[in-house]
Design a binder for this molecule. Structure first.
Ligand code: IPE
Ligand code: IPE
Ligand code: MG
Ligand code: MG
Ligand code: MG
Length: 305
């Protein structure tokens, strides 16, 4: 006899797999329509974009949209593809020798290892531009979507991707020696380098669902809490997981002297803090309890890769 929790888990997993497949298809179609590059750049763009990845930011965007009763699912899928292009660019650059110097990503050679450093820099640059091209062309692809909504979405993504978000986070992450080894300092890095884009992904879904300002504020806050939890778990997995499950080299953070949550507070406290943050996010989304979104927020900390 299948318990109701088991059958809920099955349907959650099936829904997640189905939307991941939709995201992959849409990325493939958008790359074919919009990318014009010489070899090996064109091949490298496909290599990084279509080689695995959990697709969590696109799915967060789509499921937030759905949870709020939105009617622009196809546009949310496009914005999800744009978010994934941006996220993938950050991974390609994060792996470069001048940054984290990682040889493995998503279970394969990282971009600069498979190709070369110049190609990896250009792939990242191309993907960032592609992300905004996808958003700017939304009204042309989706009749009925106001140009104002696309403009708002592009502002949200730009702010998360730039110096008010990810770039500042990466800058702080790369100079851990200049920071105090405290939970507050770690949280400040995590907020910028990871939570900003995760929160933006959920907010974009809310914007496309035409949520009002109060709901947008709630979604943004839930996204920040979920994003902080997500990066804490990434730090824990760097300590506890093996390379074949993780798809990237474990143990890199300690070796590089990175400022991480488990590094400062220990693994137990880190896992506890991640659960606390996810509870915060789930409480904020309590009115949307019945949607898959709340289950997805839990999954962010339960994942094994
Ligand atoms: C890795 O992100 C980088 C972090 C912000 C922790 P993901 O864990 O979402 O990586 P992919 O997209 O699944 O490879
Ligand atoms: C990544 O943080 C944050 C980014 C914005 C790319 P990490 O450096 O911990 O990510 P992984 O562990 O390499 O995926
Ligand atoms: Mg890094
Ligand atoms: Mg890294
Ligand atoms: Mg990491």
């Amino acid at each position: 006899m299948v318990s109701s929790r088991e059958s809920q888990t099955k349907s959650f997993e099936a829904a997640l797999a189905a939307d991941r497949a939709r995201v992959n298809e849409r990325i493939e179609a958008l790359v074919s329509a919009l990318v014009r590059a010489p070899e090996p750049l064109a091949e490298a763009i496909r290599y990084v974009l279509l080689g695995g990845g959990k697709r969590l930011r696109p799915v967060l965007c789509m499921w937030t949209h759905d949870a709020l009763g939105g009617e622009e699912r196809d546009a949310a899928l496009d914005v999800g593809a744009a978010l994934e292009c941006l996220h993938t660019y950050t991974l390609v650059h994060d792996d470069l020798p001048c940054m984290d110097d990682d040889d493995m990503r998503r279970g394969r050679a990282s971009c600069h290892k498979r190709y070369d450093e110049a190609t990896a820099v250009l792939v990242g640059d191309a993907l960032q531009a592609l992300s905004f091209e996808i958003v700017a062309t939304l009204p042309a692809r989706h009749e009925g979507l106001a140009a104002g909504a696309a403009l708002y979405v592009s502002r949200v993504i730009a702010q998360a991707a730039g110096t008010r978000g990810l770039i500042t986070g990466q800058a702080l992450d790369l100079s851990p020696g200049s920071l105090e080894r405290t939970e507050a300092a770690v949280e400040n890095i995590h907020r910028h380098k990871t939570a900003a884009l995760i929160s933006a992904s959920m907010l974009c879904g809310a914007i496309l669902a035409r949520a009002d300002a109060e709901v947008q504020r709630r979604v943004r806050e839930a996204g920040t809490a979920a994003g902080l939890a997500f990066q804490i778990v990434d730090d824990v997995l760097d300590i506890e997981a093996d390379a074949s499950t993780l798809g990237k080299t474990p143990g890199k953070d300690a070796a590089a002297g990175k400022l991480t949550y488990p590094g400062v507070a220990g693994v137990e406290a880190a896992r506890r803090r991640a659960r606390e943050l996810v509870d915060e996010a789930r409480c904020l989304m309590a009115p949307e309890q019945e949607s898959g979104l709340v289950r997805l927020l839990e999954y962010l900390t339960e994942r094994e890769r």
